[in-house]
Design a protein around this ligand. Structure first.
Ligand SMILES: NC(=O)c1ccc[n+]([C@@H]2O[C@H](COP(=O)([O-])OP(=O)(O)OC[C@H]3O[C@@H](n4cnc5c(N)ncnc54)[C@H](OP(=O)(O)O)[C@@H]3O)[C@@H](O)[C@H]2O)c1
Length: 290
């Protein structure tokens, strides 16, 4: 396979930027697109996307474009559906004409959170929010299209360079607060975007097709993740656990959404490292370098 990549959302997105960095470091020729190149909400997007694919001739397209504002999606289901359902369907149509590998990203919010052991790719889905429902419909649109070389990656709870994220918000808040209250009754899989990007590349190398879970190993509550980040940064701030009922949000989140990565490991032979190790790399790189 040609090591040329088209990363949709690669200039401004959290995952997109990590992908561009990791792929380029590994010798890939990378084209990163923005909404100025292809605006997925605009008329004529199919032609614009087809032209971009034809011009860049990618060996692999990585689609990181999505409607990711989880609470806002409750009030804007049509906009969420446009980006999360119609874009994957559009990609399937265009890439049928320009065959290449495709990696598309989805979410742990596909599950209802009632399980208490890590979710397998074949576990029953049950999204609780508009965001979760639209992301799931997008996965299904792509997988049912039967595109050769198409791979859907469910990931979760991302932190990484280049854009705001939960860990960055916590560390910024700690500069002006002696105490922070953080939710302790949602458990998930904290994941470093740079590790996700590396594992995405490994999936392409292994010619992956179908559905995979890719997250760092281990599990944590938001409160545990925040506390670990604060400790690593050496900030004098106390992180206090609170129930999610103390911070009502528009979208319902799964109480437990840890992902089992065994399908990824079975194909690639790679086991993702534990999230605290990955978090240490992120915190040291971003916050302790000056
Ligand atoms: N972040 C997480 O914790 C998380 C967890 C699980 C799954 N995921 C999934 O991972 C994928 C990437 O997430 P992310 O956090 O990297 O998202 P993100 O930072 O919000 O990036 C989304 C990208 O989509 C682009 N975009 C939005 N609307 C567009 C449009 N109309 N036309 C063209 N581009 C448009 C954005 O461009 P602009 O900057 O111009 O808006 C941005 O580059 C998504 O599919 C998401 O569902 C994320």
């Amino acid at each position: 396979m040609k090591r040329t990549a088209l990363v949709l959302g690669g200039k401004t997105g959290l995952v997109g930027q990590a992908l561009c960095e990791v792929l380029a470091k590994n010798g890939w020729e990378v084209t990163a697109s923005t909404r100025h190149d292809v605006d997925f909400a605009a008329q004529g997007v199919e032609t614009a996307l087809a032209n971009l694919v034809e011009r860049t001739e990618p060996g692999c397209v990585f689609n990181t474009v999505g409607y990711t504002a989880v609470d806002k999606a409750e009030e804007c289901p049509e906009e969420a559906s446009l980006l999360n359902v119609q874009v994957p369907a559009l990609l399937a149509r265009v890439l049928r004409r320009f065959p290449c590998h495709l990696v598309h990203y989805s979410t742990d919010f596909a599950f209802n959170g009632k399980k208490r052991t890590p979710y397998l790719v074949e576990d029953e889905i049950g999204p609780l929010s508009v965001y979760g429902k639209t992301k799931l419909a997008g996965e299904q649109a792509l997988l049912q299209a039967g595109l050769k070389g198409c791979c859907v990656v469910r990931t979760a709870w991302l932190f990484g360079p280049g854009k705001g994220n939960f860990v960055r918000t916590i560390l910024e808040k700690c500069k002006t607060n002696a105490e922070l209250k953080v939710v302790h009754d949602q458990i998930g899989s904290p994941t470093y975007t740079v590790d996700l990007a590396t594992h995405s590349m490994q999936l392409v190398k292994a010619k992956a097709e179908g559905l995979f879970h890719v997250v760092n190993s281990g599990e944590a509550s938001w409160c545990e993740l925040a506390d670990e980040a604060v400790q690593l940064a050496g900030l004098p701030c106390a992180v206090q656990p609170v129930p999610s009922s103390a911070y009502p949000q528009k979208a319902v989140r799964p109480a437990y959404s840890v992902l089992n990565t065994s399908a990824f490991t079975a194909l690639t032979g790679v086991t993702p490292r534990p999230w605290p190790q990955a978090l240490r790399d992120y915190v040291f790189r971003e916050f302790l370098t000056e």
